[in-house]
Design a protein around this ligand. Structure first.
Ligand SMILES: Nc1ncnc2c1ncn2[C@@H]1O[C@H](COP(=O)(O)OP(=O)(O)OP(=O)(O)O)[C@@H](O)[C@H]1O
Length: 501
């Protein structure tokens, strides 16, 4: 708080300026309540409007005529998620007790993190306190984006199997404080969340929450769009789901969560949900031979798909070791995919290329490993995706390109790398030879067929999930198809570095 000392003749000029300032700060806002509360040990003049609470210390005039003008403290109601009556209670008592005032539970920003904070307003008058409590409650209810009832899915097998603990420890207490009711499903297998979402009544909920890693998030986003499509009886066109999705990160990379929170932190994620911060986000549909494969945010073909396929075969390894192993092994056996690539809309272009890697991302894909994202040139809701193609090059040049992602500079300034802003991409593998790690690893040229039978599949990494597809894939971007709890962020908080390459 800043304190200015003035003599009386300068006070009127100062007050005029202050009034002007308040008019700018509170345009057309009338005071809903005004009262005296103690904040800390000092009495304050507290004003409540429909959007904010302001408080100024009450300081008596000095005998010399000097007036101490203090700048008011301000709390925006959009940052308050709960209000409670404070009481003095004897140890062991659950109810009753003398009224002490009201406590406002709010969120404070520290960088990209949202943290819980409390403002205590003390006044021993029960009537005064209840008037303020009831009025504040009513004003908070008017913020329509805030959820009252949520359907929660927890994947207990995510990453270090900590999802249930993370939810109980960091999220459930905040939901309880904000009077958000929940219906919880702890998933038992892959596809469980999807089958519940296909059947359950959704009209009673205000949102859906996923506690898990990117695979769980992808399953739920896919489920929400599919369900909206079924409800609207629209088999051809994707339909925007009514309910927003909240993501509590409990995976190993949490790219989608990082892209809408800027940080992997369950408290930040839970506060975005209870405060009703809504962010529109583009999604892609992946279609092969006219059949929908899934909806998702990002896909990698070539190196990214091969590396994930290798990692999946070593499921028994701890996840970080598995990924490092697969990355190093795929680099050692680096080989391009021969494919035909066409894309819209920058200009219609068809290429026949030997590509090491193709990525299509409708969101920036931020993570603590890659703070500015794998696709820094796209944003969450611009209706387009970033297509990154990496043509055939030497292993050392390819590694240089990969390494530059973590420093987020110069990763695209190689002659073999191209980026395009696109609304649709078609990828057609030209080789009839599908991808098989076993054949490569054993290296037995006598038993490995040169051309595999029809149906041999190519590994795709779609939102961190391995999807094997034998034919060409059409990827279309659907502008703002889904709503997530969170906000647009430019850069993620960097907490880890990858040292495996
Ligand atoms: N009880 C369960 N047992 C096994 N798999 C499950 C279970 N519940 C959900 N799944 C599936 O597990 C897959 C991976 O989940 P998730 O992404 O949450 O964890 P992860 O792979 O450890 O995290 P990350 O993708 O960040 O590494 C999802 O496809 C999900 O459908």
């Amino acid at each position: 708080m800043t304190c200015f000392l003035f003599t009386k003749n300068r006070v009127s000029v100062f007050l005029k300026k202050e009034v002007q300032k308040l008019r700018i700060l509170f345009p057309l806002e009338c005071v809903v309540l005004r009262g005296i509360f103690k904040l800390g040990k000092k009495s304050h003049d507290v004003l409540l409007t429909r959007t904010r609470l302001t408080w100024t210390p009450i300081i008596p005039e000095t005998p010399t005529g000097e007036v101490c003008m203090l700048q008011p403290g301000v709390l925006l109601l959009q940052d308050v998620f709960a209000v409670k009556v404070k009481r003095r209670r004897a140890v062991g008592h659950q109810s009753g007790g003398a009224v002490l005032g009201v406590a406002l539970f709010c969120c404070r920003r520290r960088g990209r993190r949202l943290e819980e904070d409390t403002l205590h307003l003390h006044n021993a008058s029960a009537e005064h306190t209840h008037t303020w409590y009831n009025t504040l409650k009513e004003l908070l209810k008017e913020i329509s984006s805030r959820p009252r009832y949520l359907k929660v899915f927890i994947n207990p097998s995510s990453h270090r199997k900590e999802a249930v603990h993370i939810y109980r420890e960091h999220v459930a207490p905040l939901f309880k404080m904000a009077d958000v009711r929940t219906n919880i499903t702890v998933t038992e297998r892959k596809g469980h969340a999807l089958s519940v979402m296909k059947e359950c009544r959704l009209d009673e909920y205000d949102g859906v929450v996923c506690v898990g890693g990117d695979g769980s998030v992808a399953e739920l986003c896919h489920a929400l769009v599919l369900r909206a499509q079924l409800d609207a009886d629209s088999p051809e066109q994707p339909v925007k789901p009514v309910l927003p999705l909240g993501i509590i990160p409990a995976g190993s990379t949490d790219v989608v969560s990082c892209s809408v929170h800027g940080v992997r932190d369950p408290v930040t994620a839970a506060l975005h949900i209870v405060l009703g911060h809504l962010q529109q986000v583009d999604m892609c549909s992946f279609v092969s031979r006219g059949q929908l494969v899934r909806f998702g945010f990002s896909a990698m073909f070539g190196f990214g798909g091969q590396s994930l396929a290798r990692a999946e075969r070593k499921r028994w390894m701890p996840s970080s070791r598995r990924r490092d192993y697969a990355l190093v092994k795929t680099l050692a056996k680096l080989r391009p995919e021969d494919c035909q690539l066409s894309f819209l809309p920058t200009k219609k272009l068809t290429k026949n290329l030997l590509e090491h890697r193709i990525s299509i991302m409708s969101i920036p894909c931020l993570s603590p490993h890659v703070p500015q994202g794998l696709a820094p040139n796209t944003s969450l809701a611009n209706g387009s995706a970033e297509l990154i193609t990496v043509r055939n090059t030497s292993r050392s040049e390819f590694i240089k390109h990969l390494k530059r992602y973590s420093s987020s500079s110069g990763q695209f300034s190689f002659s073999f790398v191209e980026t395009h802003t696109v609304s649709a991409v078609k990828i057609r593998p030209r080789s009839l030879i599908g991808w098989s790690e076993d054949s490569e690893e054993e290296g037995d040229s006598k038993t490995t067929p040169i051309i595999q039978s029809e149906g041999a599949a190519f590994p795709w990494n779609i939102d961190g999930e391995l999807v094997e597809i034998a034919n060409e894939v059409l990827i279309r971007v659907h502008s703002q198809l889904i709503t997530l709890y969170g906000e647009e962020v430019q850069e993620a908080e960097s907490t880890v570095s990858c040292s495996c390459i």
